[in-house]
Design a protein around this ligand. Structure first.
Ligand SMILES: Cc1ncc(COP(=O)(O)O)c(C=O)c1O
Length: 387
């Protein structure tokens, strides 16, 4: 019998270390243990009522067929209006390609702009799936070392030293997963000038847009129409399972992106698209804003609590719902420390190794996706564990 073998690009995907944490956390919960989950990058809110109602309406009215490949025109118009209202930037609806989550947008982007054998530059640490999306197209990520002192930002002054014939572009994210750091307008403008002068493309993942507590909440689209931007309904609108995101492309890439969208996905989930039109209603936005304020209170609680127990936060946690913490004073292996903390105090965190290579063993990511009382309880347990 023929021996089956998976394609080598599957081998290139290293399993996330947090999976071991998740598995163990589930097993402990099944034994009746009270596990505090600070490892999951998912809001603990659900989609606002009006959005869920709109989804139910769409199902009841049988609006369940495919949509056009780049998304419902009403939804694209609503997204475009939101850019104008909240971010004072003009984005023609035709430039918006609605996708199955930001994941779909990143997959589309990898096929749209990156040749096989090309490299895409990203900061180390960054969102880990990016490098795996590239591998699927035969390309690869080139992670450039960053450091805590410069908020894990790519050093733009040395970018040209790393640029090669096969460098396709640079992918950044703001606010960042795992650090929560927000890129400034000045930094992004400089990044765009540099990348352009080197002849590459620039993608900015803005999936945590709206969840900014310090610094300017703006879109890279206000810097140039030629920057690619990824976004999603998963985080600010708490619609993770609805699988809906979008990619904004320059005018000259609309045709190519449409062809790819038709072939890769046919269309994004229809019920989710009808529901998402309601996400921009004033009452829904008001609820999302109230949630943002509550996330900010949690962030402040966590930051002051971590300081008290002597765990330094290494990047300015200005956005998203993450804090990146240096645990090197208490361990030389963050993964082992996470496992031991879970066993002994039932607090689950994500080890830095899931996001990068350089110094990853020193860091852990906290996601403040539970209420303040639970955060206080988690801090108390961590302090007890450390003592
Ligand atoms: C930076 C970043 N980009 C993209 C995604 C994918 O999000 P989704 O496909 O749910 O929109 C995530 C999910 O956590 C993320 O953190």
């Amino acid at each position: 019998m023929k021996k089956h073998k998976l394609a080598s690009r599957v081998e290139a995907i290293s399993p996330f270390q947090v999976m071991a944490i998740l598995e163990r956390a589930k097993a402990l919960a099944a034994q009746g243990e009270d596990v505090i989950h600070l490892e999951i990058g998912e809001p603990d809110f659900v989609a606002v009522d009006a959005v869920r109602d709109a989804g139910i309406d769409a199902i009841q009215q049988g609006k369940t067929g495919y949509t056009s490949a780049t998304g419902l025109p009403e939804l694209k118009k609503a997204i475009s209006d939101d850019y104008a209202n909240r971010y004072q930037v003009k984005v023609a609806p035709e430039r918006i390609i609605v996708t199955p989550g930001a994941s779909g947008a990143l997959i589309l982007m990898a096929s749209l702009m990156v040749e096989s054998d090309d490299e895409v530059i990203m900061p180390d640490p960054c969102y880990p799936c990016n490098r795996h999306f590239l591998v699927q197209t035969g390309a690869k990520a080139k992670l450039l070392e960053t450091d805590a002192e410069s908020a894990f930002e790519l050093d733009l002054d040395t970018l040209s030293n790393h640029w090669q014939e096969n460098t396709s572009g640079v992918w950044l994210a703001s606010p960042s997963n795992p650090t929560g750091a927000v890129l400034s307008r000045e930094y992004l403008s400089k990044a765009w000038t540099k990348v352009q002068s080197l002849g590459g493309h620039l993608l900015v993942d803005e999936i945590y847009q709206g969840l900014v507590y310090e610094g300017e909440d703006f879109s890279a689209l206000s810097i140039s129409d030629d920057i690619f931007v990824v976004n999603s309904f998963s985080k600010y609108f708490a619609m993770t399972g609805w699988r809906l995101g979008w990619l904004v492309v320059p005018e000259w890439a609309i045709e190519g992106a449409t062809k790819l969208a038709q072939n890769l996905f046919i269309s994004a989930p229809t019920v989710s698209q009808y529901a998402a039109i309601s996400a921009f209603k004033p009452e829904v936005m008001a609820e999302c804003e109230a949630r943002r304020e509550s996330l900010n209170r949690r962030r402040l609680t966590l930051l002051s609590g971590l300081k008290k127990i002597g765990l330094p936060v290494v990047a300015p946690a200005q956005g998203a719902f993450y804090v990146y913490v240096d645990v090197s004073k208490v361990t030389d292996d963050a993964m082992l420390w996470c496992l031991a903390l879970l066993e002994s105090e039932k607090v689950a965190l994500t080890p830095g190794a899931d996001f990068g290579v350089k110094d990853a063993h020193k860091y852990v990511r906290f996601a403040y996706t539970c209420d303040e009382d639970r955060l206080q309880e988690a801090l108390m347990r961590i302090a007890r564990f450390m003592s």
